[in-house]
Design a protein around this ligand. Structure first.
Ligand SMILES: *[C@@H]1O[C@H](CO)[C@@H](O)[C@H](O)[C@H]1NC(C)=O
Length: 294
């Protein structure tokens, strides 16, 4: 079979299986044609079409502090005949993008890089965060391409998709006017250990709500990838130390930090997968249908 040579780590295999079951309404007919892959291990990958492959995608993912580099080594496709290979700076699922268009540093059209347009003049494409995606369409059997996937260090990770359903992370925005999201594509319990939002945030402001603050952290839950379409589960706009935890029974849980650029903002958190029983329990308690809230 002409497939990507993929060595799934067991975690990624778990994640992949989780996706098959959770995102079964995914509007990618790719599973059926056998041209959907998830790649987390660096290496050189060759795809050769044994029949027309019209809707294929490869999801690349690195560690939170990586960016992704994809280099075209050799390409044998018919651009004029309608074939294409495109790299997307982020992930697209069910038509939703991560990072959302609001939170990505580049305008949407600049996030796509089309091999048939840029060709050999731009043989290396780099992402802005730890995820990127390759889309391709090949009409003729025998068409093929080879790319090399590498992970490079990102000294200031902003937007991140977690590879695993448990872990910990510290997000820092160093006096920049930007927003960063950490996405965990599992239902999880999040425990925020420390939140530091400059010096001028105090409890008085939190009583008034977070509406007026230019610096805050929001916890979002939803069933898609686009953070701008997710439901707010909690807003935090004052600094604190000590654990604050919450269960989010959604397919995607996001910690999003909004930063005015006036302060060095920082949030530390850890997360773990919710068990089947916990989810059932939450289902029993929930009145609304906004995923499942504890
Ligand atoms: C960050 O997000 C906030 C609220 O979601 C928005 O008002 C602001 O314009 C965003 N900042 C940037 C730099 O995109």
């Amino acid at each position: 079979m002409a497939l990507f040579k993929v060595w799934f780590s067991s975690l990624i295999a778990t994640m992949y299986i989780f996706w098959v079951s959770t995102f079964s309404c995914l509007d990618l007919p790719l599973f059926l044609s056998g041209c959907l892959d998830m790649v987390a291990v660096e290496g050189q990958f060759t795809f050769t079409a044994e029949r027309p492959q019209l809707n294929c995608a490869v999801f690349f993912i690195g560690e939170p502090s990586d960016i992704i580099s994809i280099e075209y080594d050799s390409v044998n496709i018919d651009c004029r005949g309608g074939d294409f290979i495109k790299v997307f700076d982020g992930w697209v699922m069910k038509g939703e993008k991560f990072p959302s268009t609001q939170d990505h540093p580049l305008p949407l059209y600049e996030r796509y890089s089309d091999y048939c347009e840029t060709g050999v003049t731009r043989p290396i494409v780099r992402s802005s965060q730890n995820v990127a995606m390759l889309f391709f369409r090949l009409h003729q059997s025998g068409s093929s391409f080879t790319v090399t996937f590498r992970k490079l260090i990102n000294p200031f990770p902003c937007n991140v998709v977690s590879q695993t359903p448990e872990g910990s992370f510290t997000m820092i925005i160093p006096q920049q006017h930007r927003n960063c999201s950490f996405s965990i594509i599992y239902p999880v319990e999040i425990q925020i250990g420390e939140l530091s939002l400059g010096q001028h945030n105090d409890l008085k402001r939190s009583i008034l709500g977070c509406a007026g603050s230019g610096d805050f952290v929001e916890l979002l839950g939803g069933n898609g990838m686009d953070t701008s379409k997710m439901f707010p589960m909690a807003d935090l706009c004052y600094s604190f130390n000590g654990p604050a935890q919450m269960k989010v029974g959604c397919d995607n849980t996001v910690v999003r930090m909004v930063s005015s650029g006036k302060f060095v903002n920082r949030v530390s958190f850890q997360y773990r997968l919710l068990g089947h029983q916990e989810l059932q329990q939450m289902k029993g308690n929930s009145v609304e249908d906004v995923c499942l809230r504890a």
